[in-house]
Design a protein around this ligand. Structure first.
Ligand code: NAP
Length: 291
């Protein structure tokens, strides 16, 4: 088979970033200055690096941002209080909490403390409910990024047999919902799936978000499959996805590169969500499509 089409994210990410900056101008013209606060409960260098990128992005475009990094053994009550205090601060217009959280911290308690109107990643249960009910206030950044990536490259989703590997609440579940909303027939796989290869070979759209390098190789995909590799796994100083790019590339019709695929669009979607949520929270209308 010939080389697969490369579903690059940088071009569409640049376009979305420009649109987000226009919306930021509208927002500021209306007297609203977005301000993002983030909470991380981890000392993992990879988690910290992801968080660095979010704050670098804000500083690149002149958005004020505040960062609270807590150690992984921070008492649960301290985590809940930190999120609640940031949520209640009128200077904070957008709030992001990085998951996974340590085991002793109840994720549901944290979700409930993010004010729905400041939630930039569809984290509060009310926003999750609205998303599933088809009336989203805010869409999860990573699935929004995949949505845009597929559109930017004219990938048809309707009618496909989509297999999503990963059922994490922040990534896998919203991706499965996205594929379903776009009229694919969806199978969700996870660590208890009995025969993963049998499932993935049945896919003509394969979306991976397992966080496991080399999980999917060429023997596990069918010729002509479109592969969206969402995972960002740090190995030996580099970054790889879940998919063995070489062997899968020999059979796939199209693949997202890692890095340079979903990642750049995720950052652009985060920026856009920060602007949109900040504007909406202040009752300001900003232009552009809702996608
Ligand atoms: P997560 O919550 O840990 O979820 C991982 C999922 O993968 C779980 O559902 C797990 O199954 C499943 N899984 C793990 N090993 C598996 C295996 N061998 N076979 C089948 N399923 C397996 O992780 P996450 O937060 O969703 O993140 C997933 C990946 O996305 C990570 O690499 C992360 O870095 C990346 N990410 C990318 C972006 C981006 O912009 N591209 C943004 C955020 C995160 P169980 O549920 O059974 O445990």
């Amino acid at each position: 088979m010939s080389e697969p089409r490369r579903l690059a994210g940088r071009g569409p990410a640049d376009a979305l970033r420009e649109a987000a900056l226009d919306r930021l101008d509208d927002c500021r013209a209306a007297g609203v200055d977005p301000s993002l606060a983030t909470v991380l409960v981890s000392d993992d260098p990879a988690d910290r690096a992801f968080m660095d990128r979010k704050h670098d992005l804000c500083s690149e475009v002149g958005i004020d941002s505040r960062r609270v990094d807590l150690p992984p053994d921070a008492p649960a009550e301290r985590v809940y209080r930190t999120v609640a205090d940031l949520g209640a601060d009128p200077a904070v217009t957008a709030l992001f909490v990085q998951i996974p959280l340590p085991d002793h911290v109840d994720e549901s308690e944290v979700r409930r403390r993010v004010p729905p109107e400041k939630d930039v990643d569809c984290f509060h249960p009310e926003n999750v409910g609205r998303l599933v009910a088809g009336d989203p206030r805010v869409r999860p950044v990573t699935s929004r990024a995949v949505d845009r990536l597929l559109d930017a490259h004219d990938v048809t989703v309707a009618g496909r047999d989509a297999v999503v590997v990963g059922r994490g609440t922040a990534i896998g579940v919203p991706l499965a919902h996205l594929c379903c909303r776009r009229d694919a027939t969806v199978t969700v796989c996870h660590s208890r799936t009995r025969d993963l290869a049998e499932r993935t070979r049945a896919a003509d759209l394969l979306v991976t978000a397992a966080g496991t390098p080399g999980l999917i190789d060429g023997s596990m995909v069918s010729p002509g499959v479109v592969v969206v590799d969402v995972s960002v796994n740090r190995v030996d100083g580099g970054v790889v996805g879940d998919v063995d790019a070489e062997s899968v590339g020999e059979r796939a019709a199209a693949v997202t590169p890692v890095p340079g695929g979903v990642g750049p669009l995720t950052m652009a979607c985060l920026l856009d969500n920060v602007v949109r949520v900040s504007a909406a929270g202040a009752g300001v209308e900003v232009g552009g499509q809702s996608g």
